[in-house]
Design a protein around this ligand. Structure first.
Ligand code: GLY
Length: 350
């Protein structure tokens, strides 16, 4: 078993990574603690019974709330439904909401835990690679509005994150690729040795790889929990990628959007003399080996740039780009002209 510690003072917590933990999870649990397990239909069919059984063995009193899968259900209505089930079952301040599933479920369950009775206990049990290495760690919770993605939410840390890498055996290949984009991202933004390990293994996912990603994320989040500065490096590839996801009406997955965004950010760096062509190739070769794109066809560069600006306007933010300056190091830039950004995007459009 590997434990990664998220150091956040009184709100510190462990991220536990152990193959088979869902079959043998032992939690210190106040007797009869009410627990509301939130899962979507797909994940519930595979893992809900196991998790409910483990919680009962630990002395808890669990109930469940099933949600519809998919980003289109990441709404305030879904959060309201979770809170209503919590109220009807009599959950109180010392109770626990468990998010069992991928990023959408974790974000929704976490947001419900943040606002129900002004905050109750929360535990993340991620079942997708993307949720294991990114969204379940660090306390970002929330829901979408018709006006945009993740426009409402809260920083709300879990009490614990429990990761069973064995559940990846049931994860569809496209979902693994989705998470691999974030795994490769960590190597490019902050860990050259990890990047070279991924090159050697061609992006093989092991419990150690998951633990290392959690460790890297915990290091960044414990330094900048609410993204006042350094945490923004985790958005590498996301400013371009998010716009691409939106333009494709979510036909391209988050991972594909991020991978293409990494391709565009790398091109931007190289074109402006910040990064070498060799390192750009190493990044793009690794994305390719993981089955991910780093270029895009069928979209106009102008539309991608407009979507980036539109997205930022909604978030009342400036267009900040996270660009590589070494393999294993990125910096934030917000003074590039639209023309320079457009040129870089164009160079990645087929
Ligand atoms: N997914 C980026 C972050 O948690 O900050």
């Amino acid at each position: 078993m590997t434990k990664v510690r998220m150091e956040l003072g009184k709100r510190s917590y462990d991220i536990v990574i152990r193959p088979g933990v869902l079959d043998s999870m032992k939690l210190q649990m106040r007797k009869d603690r009410k627990c509301l397990v939130v899962a979507d239909h797909n994940v519930a069919a595979l893992y809900l019974d196991k998790v409910m059984a483990r919680l009962k063995e630990c002395g808890a009193n669990p109930i469940s709330h099933i949600i519809e899968p998919g980003e289109k259900n990441k709404t305030l209505e879904t959060v309201g439904g979770i809170c209503r089930t919590a109220a009807q079952a009599g959950l109180e301040r010392k109770s626990l909401i468990v998010g069992l599933g991928g990023g959408v479920t974790g974000d929704l369950a976490g947001f419900a835990a943040a606002i129900y009775m002004r905050g109750i206990g929360f535990c993340q049990v991620p079942t997708s690679l993307l949720a294991m290495v990114d969204s379940s760690v660090g306390g970002k919770t929330g829901a979408d509005l018709p006006e945009g993605k993740n426009l409402i939410g809260a920083f709300y840390q879990p009490e614990m994150v429990i990761i069973d890498p064995e559940v990846l055996n049931t994860l569809p290949a496209f979902e693994k690729r989705n998470g691999l984009a974030e795994v490769i991202k960590y190597g490019v933004i902050m860990d050259y040795v990890f990047f070279t390990d991924l090159e050697k293994s061609k992006g093989e996912i092991t419990p150690d790889v998951i633990a290392h990603c959690c460790h890297l994320k915990a290091e960044v989040v414990s330094e900048d929990e609410t993204e006042q500065g350094r945490r923004a490096i985790l958005n590498y590839g996301h400013t371009f990628g998010h716009a691409i996801e939106l333009l494709s009406e979510f036909k391209l997955s988050h991972g594909e959007g991020v991978a293409i965004g990494m391709g565009m950010a790398a091109a931007m760096s190289v074109r402006n003399g910040l990064w070498s062509k060799e390192d750009e190739k190493r990044q793009n070769d690794l994305l390719l080996a993981a089955g991910l794109p780093f270029r895009i066809g069928g979209f106009k560069a102008e539309d991608i740039l407009a979507a980036m600006h539109h997205d930022k306007k909604k978030a009342h933010g400036k267009l900040t780009l996270v660009l590589p300056v070494e393999l294993g190091k990125v910096e934030l830039f917000n003074d590039f002209s639209d023309e320079a950004i457009l040129e870089a995007i164009r160079s990645c459009c087929d």
